[in-house]
Design a protein around this ligand. Structure first.
Ligand SMILES: [Mg+2]
Length: 411
């Protein structure tokens, strides 16, 4: 089962403008606490409102309406010009924090992102609250976090009550939380589509969910009809499209020459996985960094991407340790009750990544490290680490092929 977060900055442009003003003049009034808006040309009062404060909302000032109209509703409305240079900077700072939790971050716009946190041990409300609080305390602006099993439901959830809130909208909550909403509120349903549906007597998202899909397709066309029907029923298979950002995660993946199956996994898949772990480890070591989150990625023969990840107490760049956890994640992903192999899938691509990077200096000592067994493990790890360092220096001197641990590397 997937766990997807949608993180959305509350009144992004307005909050960021307010912060920028406060940064230059700490005594200035906080725009977020008064009726204010970003938009248009402040002097000539032309243009449209692009963001508004919560107090401005009480005057029914709306995003997208002409400045003149907004001023008619609220004469004391304070207007500020947009500052995209600052917005891009705040946006970047937000993405940086999100990227510390998982490499699977898709920035959907300047102020929102999806995170695929599937398989993170603490994926759920507690993690969402931690992210929300960190952003507020470290960056000075607030976000809403929506949680669900797919992007559509997570995005819908993040739009519930604001600001500074976490909401869930799991499939089992769809009848209670999604279906009473007006059809026009369905993300991806434009005004024209909504009007057409309302004329056909489909007023709520629940109405659409219970309409025959063929009828919706007759009304809206094949693609749009299917889209509305699927989303109204809370379904969305689309993936979190992430880009590997330089120096935020280290990963290697390979398309396999043959399909990896339940039968050949041990003999064929595992050595490939091990080779990938060694490559990732080698790159981490070359840059003298450690990572606390290990993730695996596979692509099935039906071209679907699946991921699993977990976060360790202590960051690592040790190939055996990475392999140990990557192997566990793979087994869970492939052989568990809902595993891919059990549902008849085969694999075309395998990848391993390490993220949540640090310099290894702040690695905490686990309380259990005091126990003898843990200490022995640590000693053994240290021995291996030294051995690896030795191997690395030999590699550096004589090239990659000089020393190998007897594993086959992919091409
Ligand atoms: Mg927003």
């Amino acid at each position: 089962m997937r766990c997807i977060f949608h993180v959305d900055v509350n009144s992004a442009f307005l909050s960021w403008s307010a912060l920028e003003i406060l940064k230059k003049d700490p005594g200035a009034v906080d725009l977020r606490t008064i009726p204010s808006a970003v938009g248009g040309d402040v002097e000539t009062r032309h243009g449209i409102i692009t963001a508004k404060s919560i107090p401005a909302k009480a005057y029914h000032v709306e995003t997208g309406e002409p400045v003149v109209k907004a001023l008619a509703k609220c004469p004391e409305l304070v207007l500020v010009r947009s500052d995209f240079k600052a917005y891009r900077r705040y946006s970047g700072e937000l993405m940086k924090i999100l990227g510390e939790y998982t490499p699977y971050v898709e920035q959907a716009s300047i102020d929102e992102a999806y995170m695929d946190v599937s398989g993170l041990e603490d994926a759920g409300c507690a993690l969402a609250h931690r992210i929300r609080e960190r952003v507020r305390d470290e960056l000075g602006f607030t976000v809403n976090v929506g949680i669900s099993e797919n992007k559509f439901l997570a995005k819908t959830a993040s739009d519930f009550e604001k600001p500074d809130k976490v909401h869930t909208l799991f499939p089992k909550e769809v009848p209670e939380k999604l279906w009473p909403m007006p059809i026009g509120k369905l993300h991806g349903c434009g005004d024209a589509t909504a009007q057409r549906l309302i004329r056909a007597g489909i007023n709520t998202i629940g109405d659409a969910a219970h309409t025959d899909p063929g009828l919706l397709q007759g009304l809206l066309g094949k693609k749009a009809g299917a889209y509305i029907f699927e989303r109204a029923n809370g379904r969305d298979e689309s993936e979190v499209h992430f880009e590997e950002r330089e120096a935020k995660s280290y990963s290697n993946e390979t398309t396999t020459a043959e399909d990896v199956t339940a039968e050949n996994y041990e003999s064929y898949g595992v050595p490939i996985l091990k080779g990938l772990c060694e490559k990732v480890s080698g790159r981490l070591k070359r840059d003298r960094v450690y990572g606390a989150t290990v993730n695996v990625i596979v692509k099935t023969a039906s071209f679907k991407r699946h991921t699993r990840q977990l976060t360790l107490t202590n960051s690592t760049n040790d190939p055996d340790e990475i392999f140990k956890y990557a192997g566990q994640l793979m087994r869970e992903l492939l052989f568990s009750k809902e595993g891919l192999f059990l549902s008849g899938e085969t694999l075309r691509l395998i990848g391993v990544g390490v993220s949540n990077l640090d310099d290894g200096q702040s690695r905490q000592m686990d309380l259990t490290d005091w126990l003898g067994e843990k200490k022995r493990q640590e000693k053994r790890r240290e021995k291996f680490r030294k051995l690896d360092e030795m191997m690395n220096s030999v590699r550096d001197k004589y090239g990659e092929k000089a020393l190998r641990k007897g594993q086959q590397e992919d091409g």
